[in-house]
Design a protein around this ligand. Structure first.
Ligand code: PDD
Length: 300
C-alpha cells in the first residue's frame, strides 16, 4: 500500500486496516463498516476536497494552515463548510487519540453530498465528511542519502490546481508515468514553465538561491511552500518566487520536492540524467536539517 504522495506506508495486515477507526458523517466506526451511497457526488463527479495533515508526537503539524486551506478549497467550490474551526480540530484530535501511533497522517475529505446525478449544484444537500488516519513512516534513509529520481511531463491538469480537489486524474496519470519509468515523482510543465509534482511542490536551486514557481492557479500551494520559505529566511538562504523555465530545471544545481509525507527531499536524477552533482546538495542538507528542527519544536 502506498501512502499519500506515494510514500511507502508500513505493511499493515488487512484485518488491522479494517479495524482502524474512521470518521464518517458524525460517527466513529471501523473502516470496514464505513459506507458511502453510490450517488455521492465525490464518487460520481469527484466533487469534493481533501487535506492531508502530518502529525508529530500526536500534534497536527501546521494545523492552522491546513485548516485554512481546507476552508479555502471548500469556499472556491461553494461547498458548505460542515464544521467550524473548533469542530474540525476536535474531530482530528479525537481521531489521533483513537490510534496508537505517535506520528500519523490524517486524511480529511468533504464532498458536496448525495443527490440525483445532475452536474449543477443540488439544493439542500448535506456535505459528506470523511476522515481517517494512518501511521506516518519516516522517509526511507536511502531516499535521504541518495535523493530520488523524477521524470518530466507536460502538465495535463485543469486550471484550478490551487484547489485541493479530490478530482486528481491528471495527478494520478502523472504519478503512474513516474512509476512506469522507475521514478518516484513526475515534474510537470505548462507552457514551458515548471508547475509542480504529481503530489508535491518542486524547488529549484540555482547559484545558492531557492527558486519557487508563483503561487497561482497552476499549482497547489503546499503547506510546505510557506514553511520552506520561512526556513530559507531563517537559514539565510536566498529565496525567489519566479516563473521557472524548463531549462532552469534541466540545469539546476539542485532540485527538491516537498509534501506532507515526504517533507523535503532531493531529486537527484531527472529523466535519467543526474541533477547537478547527482547527489543531494548543500541547500537540501540545510533545509532538511531545519525541517527536522521545526518538527522537533512542534513535538515539544
Ligand atoms: N499532496 N502539490 C500537489 C499537487 C499535492 O498533491 C501536494 C500534497 C502538494 C504539497 O502540499 P503539502 O505541502 O501541503 O503536502 C503540492 C498530498 C500529500 C497528497 O495528495 O497526498
Amino acid at each position: 500500500m502506498n501512502g499519500p504522495g506515494g510514500s511507502p506506508a508500513p505493511a499493515m495486515a488487512t484485518e488491522t486496516l479494517a479495524e482502524q477507526t474512521v470518521f464518517l458523517n458524525g460517527d466513529f466506526m471501523p473502516l470496514s463498516e464505513a459506507r458511502i451511497p453510490v450517488l455521492d457526488r465525490g464518487f460520481i463527479f469527484g466533487d469534493g476536497v481533501y487535506e492531508v495533515v502530518p502529525v508529530y508526537g500526536r500534534k497536527p503539524f501546521r494545523w492552522a494552515q491546513h485548516h485554512a486551506r481546507l476552508v479555502r478549497s471548500l469556499g472556491e467550490l461553494r461547498i458548505d463548510n460542515p464544521r467550524d474551526a473548533a469542530g474540525w480540530r476536535e474531530l482530528v484530535d479525537a481521531l489521533i487519540a483513537r490510534h496508537p501511533w505517535d506520528d500519523q497522517f490524517v486524511y480529511m475529505q468533504v464532498t458536496r453530498g448525495v443527490a440525483k446525478r445532475d452536474h449543477g449544484f443540488p439544493k439542500g444537500i448535506v456535505p459528506t465528511v470523511f476522515a481517517m488516519t494512518s501511521p506516518l513512516a519516516p522517509v526511507p534513509a536511502a531516499q535521504l542519502q541518495n535523493g530520488v529520481d523524477a521524470v518530466s511531463l507536460p502538465d495535463q491538469r485543469w486550471l484550478r490546481c490551487d484547489i485541493k480537489s479530490v478530482s486528481l486524474l491528471g495527478n494520478v496519470l502523472a504519478r503512474q508515468a513516474a512509476l512506469d519509468a522507475g521514478a518516484v515523482e513526475c515534474i510537470m510543465f505548462r507552457d514551458g514553465e515548471l508547475t509542480e509534482g504529481s503530489s508535491s511542490n518542486i524547488w529549484v536551486v540555482q547559484h545558492g538561491k531557492v527558486l519557487a514557481p508563483p503561487r497561482d492557479s497552476r499549482i497547489l500551494e503546499g503547506i510546505r511552500y510557506g514553511l520552506l520559505q520561512e526556513l530559507c529566511e531563517s537559514e539565510g538562504i536566498p529565496f525567489e518566487v519566479t516563473a521557472i523555465p524548463r531549462d532552469a530545471v534541466r540545469h539546476a544545481d539542485e532540485l527538491m520536492l516537498s509534501s506532507a509525507t515526504k517533507e523535503v527531499l532531493a531529486i537527484t536524477r531527472l529523466d535519467g540524467e543526474p541533477v547537478g552533482s547527482g547527489k543531494p546538495g548543500p541547500v537540501f542538507t540545510r533545509l532538511h536539517a531545519a525541517y527536522q528542527r521545526a518538527k522537533a519544536a512542534a513535538r515539544a
